[in-house]
Ligand binder design. Sequence first.
Ligand code: BES
Ligand code: MN
Ligand code: ZN
Length: 513
Amino acid sequence: MDFELKTLTRSRVCTEKCDALVVLVPLHVAEGDDTLSVLVEAATQSGDFERKPGKLLQAYRTTGIAATRVILVGVGEGSAKNIRTAVAAAMGTLKGGNAQRVVLSLSLLKDAGAAHMQAAVLACSDASYSYSATKSKVSPVKLQRIVVAVASAADAKAGFEKAVGLVKGIALAKEWGNRPANHATPVMLAGAARELAKLPRIKVEILGPKEVAKLGMGSFMAVARGSEEPLRFIVLRYDGGLKADAPVVLVGKGITFDTGGISIKPSSEMDEMKFDMCGAASVLGAFRALGELQPKLNVIGLIPSCENMPDGKAIKPGDVVTSMSGQTIEILNTDAEGRLVLCDALTYAERFKPRAVVDIATLTGACVVALGAVRSGLFSSDDALAQSLLNAGERSLDLCWRMPLDDDYADGLKSNFADVANVAGRAGGSVTAAKFLQRFAGKFAWAHLDIAGTAWKSGAAKGSTGRPVALLVEYLLAQAAQPAKTPLLVKAKTAAKTAIKAPAKTRVKTVRA
Ligand code: BES
Ligand code: MN
Ligand code: ZN
């Protein structure tokens, strides 16, 4: 689907030919004598149309309006959130219909800033997404073009372009999230990362079992042992900043299927564990958006990817493994595998001397209990980083909520047989998981997003949401706007070499996806 931005005043909206015209109507609209204003006023006066967010009124072949179908939709006070609700409702009525060209008019809004534009474009794309990768009969998507009409396209251009770039990232994250595990193996995810490397300033390096063994990622390898699918460790880089600029590192959990391993999960709804790579998908999505938007900063994406399966070779409860950091881990529950793959990726992140590391993971059922599907769990040892992520979440309507990290929460992770156990008790499960990760994130500013409740929807609307790509990209763009930090200000030249490249002695060969 293509988006186009156009300057269309109210009266010009009336003469714009299209299959459907969606008009966002706020509570207060300045009076006008054009057909649209008269229609909106009459519909409101008669009581047939309410301007509350998401309320609809449809008209067909209306005199004085060139569009075949007109959909009036209320946006209340016109906040970004209300715009999202309204566009979702209006576009929902067009889904599966014949409309090919739709005009989405923001021309009646008094305040249509970048956040409003983004809310409209994202909701539009979200409502018209349709999964087809593994269906035999695919009805072609009719909706081809959305024309976003505003009072002044020049003013709205930057916000529009950002939103359109973001939409591509979100769509990619959704697509990979939704693919079943046999159509989204670690090797296939690595293939998706390779595709991204075709975009400007993006490079990729793929490590396989041999390279990962050489790095000493004993914890990650332990999870992969039970599966026939070979693991992949994906290293993406986006070089938009100066060589010496310390990068932001994103780490995405890429468990392409989580059976629980020997600590096997109950079978009901186990299919949803194909979504256990949504953290990885959000990193791919963020890179897709970076490739479009080309901000001036350096970003590294790390994706440890494998399946968690029970098998003769699988790890067993009580097994002790040695992580890349040297810390030994007693695996008391093989279903707490996310933290086992992430901890080695966090250690790997050290080599980039990052300005910040953010990991994104469908990590705990406990986070779903704590926060539901509205906000992702945010854990951070760094107040400034936490605040930046919270702000990015609010601005992009992709919300998160800060959770505690008191050291007392780590008490349950003590082990009689290793440096640390991979699980504590049931209580505070999302926090104890974060406390485990924190042990591996001591050398940089770190944040962890638990997206177990937000990355996908269950039930009739089962499917990936593409979250938290919007939050991540919003955060990254804000970072790009800030003065870059160099890891070694004095020795800028040395920093240039070490900031984004692995030290020569630990560099390993890469394998084909
Ligand atoms: N991928 C799951 C977390 C999950 C479960 C996300 C349900 C969304 C819905 C993770 O690997 C897991 O199994 N976590 C365990 C941890 C426990 C064994 C300490 C959990 O949450 O039950
Ligand atoms: Mn698990
Ligand atoms: Zn998992």
